[in-house]
Design a protein around this ligand. Structure first.
Ligand code: ASP
Length: 301
């Protein structure tokens, strides 16, 4: 049994952007699936699938990310190996093209879990990842959005989600042929965020979690609310402690996000048997999944 699932954000994706989201998650899915179906490991599948969405300007991750209040791009990412519970994350990193690869390096080559800002960039350099230019990440659409938001008198992150602003964080979960469950998430955060603001995506247990004896989770949505309910680990605990299946646990998590923190978002889940689940309380969520028991990939936006 192998299975793979990816997401490209949950929000009110307008009709004219549906095709780009379909294409982006479909490409990422194909990349991860090819690795897994050739006997590759889940870490490579998750990293490569997320890299492809970081490189796709459709999504708020890597190139095409939102701009913070100072006009800078600060990126967050995390990855977790559910078989060893080893994990790695980076937060508020600047001028890094593929933060998921840096998160993987933190997991595999450091004794730490989370590196931030300049320290993360220093670690990148030591491990052969050079900084890119801001212009390699910045796209005209986001520069324009930033100018518009700057001209508004007050603007909160929550407003961003209420006002249907994009929430295009990306994530992936793999169940490989050795039964390893790997989860990862990457984001540019929220539009016009305060410099140094860190959301749920690089926080293990909030935006990402994996335990191969239970399942894996990657989240997207309003990070401040997701952090309050420790969404990814809440879903894992529901499966582990209450014996819930992935669908029930994902629904429990999203209901809790809404009720306790007035939050919006979406989650993807793979349970210990490799079964994928999706749940969201936004109008749309971009996702794609496949298992070795299916003949083709499901792609939905
Ligand atoms: N969860 C991300 C954050 O708050 C944003 C998103 O999912 O779009 O940083």
């Amino acid at each position: 049994m192998i299975s793979f699932i990816v997401h490209g954000g949950a929000w009110n994706i307008p009709d004219e952007m549906v095709e780009a989201h379909r294409a982006g998650v479909s490409k990422a899915m194909e990349i991860g699936w090819t690795i897994l179906s050739n006997g590759g490991n889940g870490i490579d599948a998750v990293e490569q699938a997320i890299r492809s969405m970081e490189d796709d300007v459709t999504f708020d991750a890597g190139r095409g990310s939102f701009v913070n209040a100072l006009g800078e791009i600060e990126l967050d990412a995390s990855i977790m190996n559910g078989s060893s519970l080893r994990c790695g994350a980076v937060a508020s990193v600047q001028n890094i093209q593929n933060p998921i690869t840096l998160a993987r390096l933190v997991m595999e080559k450091s004794e730490h879990v989370l590196l931030t800002g300049m320290g993360a960039v220093r670690f990148a350099k030591e491990n052969g990842i050079q900084q890119c230019r801001r212009d390699d990440l910045l796209v005209a659409r986001e520069l324009q959005r930033w100018k518009t938001l700057q001209s508004q008198r007050s603007f909160s992150t929550k407003d961003a989600f209420k006002a249907d602003l994009p929430s295009d964080t990306v994530g992936a979960i793999a169940f490989d042929n050795k039964g390893n469950i790997i989860a990862g998430t990457s984001t540019g955060g929220t539009p016009n965020k305060y410099p140094g603001r860190v959301g749920d995506s690089p926080l293990i247990g909030c935006g990402t979690y994996a335990d191969s004896e239970v399942g894996g989770v990657s989240c997207t949505g309003w990070g401040e609310a997701i952090i309050k309910v420790v969404l990814a680990k809440t879903i894992i605990d529901r499966m582990e402690m209450n014996g819930a299946d992935g669908d029930t646990a994902a629904r429990f998590g999203i209901d809790r996000l809404a009720k306790k923190a007035d939050g919006y978002g979406g989650v993807i889940v793979i349970d210990k048997h490799g079964k994928p689940s999706v749940c969201f309380n936004t109008p749309r969520m971009a996702r794609a999944y496949r298992t070795s028991e299916m003949n083709s990939t499901v792609i939905e936006v």
